[in-house]
Design a protein around this ligand. Structure first.
Ligand SMILES: C=C(O[C@H]1C=CC=C(C(=O)O)[C@@H]1O)C(=O)O
Ligand SMILES: [Mg+2]
Length: 482
């Protein structure tokens, strides 16, 4: 069949769905007139597209708002392009409760045309938060507000072999419903036509630490003094590293490398303005699916060995390290207590196991539960963030310590990032092993749980190991790290 649209099935399918989109938009238009406010219309269709990351890459020239999410172990990927709707609550409100309420209202009024059996339901929202809304934001993070919910215009979700395309739009009483479907089809057609070949990382990247490592170690030493004096039990301290490249960094190529080299992590990217916050986090904050809750405690770290024997010896030393077990136990206790407030059947194994990713191994305890009626994923995120894997214990005192002493705007680093769907199911990672990437510069973040038994030199070494994931994906070898 002569296909005027480059022979790409996704586009043909989309065009076939245009009448469906128009019908849904017409219902939305009537609803918007009755309600006196715009209504979201969302139409999902199956498409024959294999790699959502290719559309993330191609979307760069088309929109500033892009999202990518990949859980290779679950064979699950999302790309979101553009913004049909977005929400940031006023600073003075409870940002999680306000987000939950905005999402509930949008979904209650939305016109959704999607197959109920699909793994992710219709118009999901990308969600991200600042680590600490009370820390004054720096210029670097200007496009990343204290809370953001965003429904992309085009959403591509791949679960195993099934890929769906969701077209979202806000419709008001005056909207031309004819325009919506045709505009979406045109936009996709343009995207599909653009080539994507990942660029190799730039050579000769300059590395620059934002804070002198000796100054950082002195801060860690001060924390240890306060910990030994009993002012705190644990505090997580982070530092940043700046890279400057002679050519622009290719964020899609970076994500491609991360999903290949870190298949057991949550790979995420949120592009806003001219920057992209991305990473490969081994730590799930929480997921909710049909009432089933999964969270994970991840804290306590060791390098990977160069041989299987060395690797196993490092793992067994980590399992026996009192210092790391203490770091870890605070996280398990806190997550168990937090989930118990909103869930039944909270379960966790007695002892941690080892989670290994390419550059590092961690103590790991999975925690599961059943959410109680009346609670949602935003309640869980609000109650869990920040866990002592990124904050400390007691939580408020540790946050105050970080705010006063860390000398860093964490922005979205170490904060919840993820998505929520129309049913209220969703998944959030803790945004670790991450970087904020501009055109030619990148800021990388890594932190460590400091406890009374911490040694500043070893904690500095631990940040270097953690930074390696992003450095490697950006083309910086170990020999270049100071
Ligand atoms: C804060 C980070 O890691 C946390 C997660 C796992 C292990 C950690 C640790 O051993 O210190 C940290 O709590 C980071 O990667 O920036
Ligand atoms: Mg540690």
């Amino acid at each position: 069949m002569a296909n005027p649209l480059l022979g790409v099935r996704v586009t043909t399918a989309t065009l076939r769905e245009v009448p469906r989109m128009e019908a849904a938009a017409e219902i939305a238009r009537r609803r918007a007139r009755e309600l006196g406010r715009p209504v979201l219309v969302s139409v999902t269709t199956q498409v024959g597209l294999r790699d959502p990351l290719a559309l993330f890459a191609r979307g760069a020239g088309v929109t500033h708002n892009r999202f990518f999410w990949s859980v290779p172990a679950a064979n699950f990927e999302i790309t979101g392009l553009g913004a049909a709707w977005s929400f940031t609550p006023p600073l003075s409100t409870d940002r999680f409760a306000a987000s939950a309420e905005a999402w509930r209202q949008l979904m209650a009024e939305a016109v959704i045309d999607a197959d109920r059996d699909l793994p992710v339901q219709g118009p999901l929202a990308v969600a991200g938060f600042r680590f600490d809304p009370d820390h004054p934001p720096s210029e670097l993070w200007r496009d990343y507000p204290h809370a953001l919910l965003l429904v992309p215009r085009l959403l591509i979700v791949r679960h195993g072999d099934v890929t769906t395309l969701t077209v979202n739009g806000m419709v008001d009483a005056q909207s031309s419903t004819l325009a919506l479907g045709a505009a979406a089809a045109r936009r996709l057609q343009a995207l599909i036509g653009l080539p994507w070949r990942p660029n190799r990382p730039p050579l000769d990247v300059q590395v620059d630490v934002s804070l002198d490592p000796d100054v950082w170690k002195a801060i860690v030493a001060d924390a240890v003094t306060d910990l030994r004096a009993g002012m705190l039990e644990k505090v997580v301290l982070a530092r940043a590293m700046r890279l400057r490249g002679p050519e622009p960094f290719d964020t899609a190529a970076t994500l491609d490398t991360l999903r290949r080299d870190y298949p057991h992590t949550f790979i995420f990217a949120v592009a806003r303005g001219g920057r992209t916050f991305l990473g490969a986090s081994p730590e799930r904050l929480v997921s909710l699916r049909n009432g089933d809750v999964a969270a994970s405690a991840l804290a306590g770290s060791a390098p990977r060995g160069k041989t299987p024997e060395e690797d196993a010896a490092l793992a067994s030393a980590l399992l026996q390290s009192e210092k790391d077990r203490a770091e870890h136990a605070f996280v398990v206790q806190m997550i168990r207590a937090a989930l118990t407030d909103y869930c039944d059947a909270v379960q966790a194994p007695e002892l941690p196991t080892i989670m290994q990713v390419r550059n590092v191994q961690h103590l790991f305890t999975p925690i599961t539960a059943r959410i109680r009626p009346g609670y949602d994923i935003f309640d869980l995120v609000q109650r869990l963030h920040p866990t002592p894997a990124v904050g400390g214990k007691p939580g408020p005192a540790a946050l105050a310590w970080i705010r006063a002493r860390e000398q860093l705007d964490r922005g979205w680093y170490a904060a919840p990032v993820g998505w929520v769907d129309a049913r209220g199911d969703g998944e959030f990672a803790v945004a670790l092993r991450s970087a904020l990437i501009g055109r030619r510069e990148a800021t990388l973040f890594a932190g460590c749980g400091i406890v009374a038994a911490s040694d500043p030199e070893r904690e500095l070494a631990e940040t270097r190991i953690k930074l390696r994931a992003m450095l490697g994906a950006l083309g910086v070898g170990d020999e270049m790290i100071g």
